[in-house]
Design a protein around this ligand. Structure first.
Ligand SMILES: [Zn+2]
Ligand SMILES: [Zn+2]
Ligand SMILES: [Zn+2]
Length: 292
């Protein structure tokens, strides 16, 4: 079941990003945007995304694959190349040449341009970058690859390794109550929803909304929805972006409420704070605030 807050968050996402894409690091696949937007840890955020797919609110699309260890499930798999003919691990990479006598070897074998077999110069065909086995002399383009698991130490070939799909998540219905806000604001401002600004530090910051009041005044706005109240973490994140981008006005919308500490932190940074029960109320309050 989608909660009321889920629906609000989905509308905010709909207005701020098209797609939630994963990052892959030593801990595995994660969705940092989803973690931030839903205020969940790694695993819970992934669970939430799949729940939203089940509810029909989002769709997921395969965008990548990971190789997993069949023994322990780890994705920390080190590729180990070997000779496809004899299996030796002692292989050398280089530019391969074929001499007119039929001998094929790596460039470095042709000392002073002479073929090591027939001792004659000239008449080489360039075979491109290839590998040579130092055990059996085989020259080949595609080494056999197996995988060493850095977690449990077991080695597996590509037949036994597990292929794990990696997904990106997209909103099914890209409709948001914030569309109403956008069309209201467009009458008086240049509106970007979402918008990004390069800060004094050089970092590019994303905001749910960036406004220009046509005399060059910059207004930035973020909307955060939490289960009970918006806390200091969210306030701090916004305050940092505001410090770095130095807008004329900064507006922070908290759904449904904001904690005392978070409110103080934002006020110290001259951020205007709006509390709203839902997006309709948020749109009304912001409209009023920006007309004032
Ligand atoms: Zn070999
Ligand atoms: Zn030769
Ligand atoms: Zn393993």
């Amino acid at each position: 079941m989608l909660t009321a807050r889920d629906r609000i968050v989905l509308e905010i996402i709909a207005k701020s990003t098209e797609e939630l894409r994963p990052i892959i690091d030593e801990k595995g696949v994660s969705y940092p945007d989803a973690e931030r937007i839903f205020d969940l840890d790694r695993e819970a955020a992934l669970e939430k995304l799949n729940e939203l797919v089940k509810e029909g609110a989002m769709t997921k699309k395969r965008i990548d694959s990971l190789v997993l260890c069949p023994n322990c499930g780890s994705h920390l798999m080190l590729a180990k190349p070997s000779c496809p003919s004899c299996g030796s691990r002692i292989i050398t990479k280089g530019r391969a040449l074929r001499h007119s006598c039929g001998y094929a070897g790596l460039e470095q074998d042709f000392l002073e341009g002479k073929c090591p077999i027939c001792d004659k110069q000239g008449g080489y065909e360039d075979l491109g970058i290839q590998y040579r086995c130092e055990n059996c002399g085989n020259v080949f383009r595609d080494p056999k690859v197996s995988f060493l698991c850095l977690n449990c130490g077991k080695e597996s070939d590509y037949i036994s390794a597990v292929i794990e799909p990696v997904f990106s998540y997209r909103l099914k219905k890209n409709k948001s109550k914030l569309d109403r806000l956008e069309s209201i604001l467009k009458k008086s401002y240049d509106v970007k929803m979402p918008g990004s600004i390069r800060g004094l530090s050089g970092v590019v910051h994303q905001f749910n909304c960036v406004l220009n009041d046509r005399s060059g005044g910059l207004i930035v706005m973020d909307i955060v929805a939490r289960e009970l109240y918006v806390g200091e973490d969210d306030a701090f994140r916004f305050a940092l972006k505001v410090m770095d981008t130095a807008p004329k006005r900064a507006i922070f919308i908290a759904i449904p409420r904001i904690s005392e500490d978070a409110l103080n932190l934002l006020r110290q940074n001259k951020v205007e704070v709006v509390e709203a029960e839902d997006l309709d109320e948020a749109v009304d309050s912001v409209t009023k605030l920006l007309r004032a």
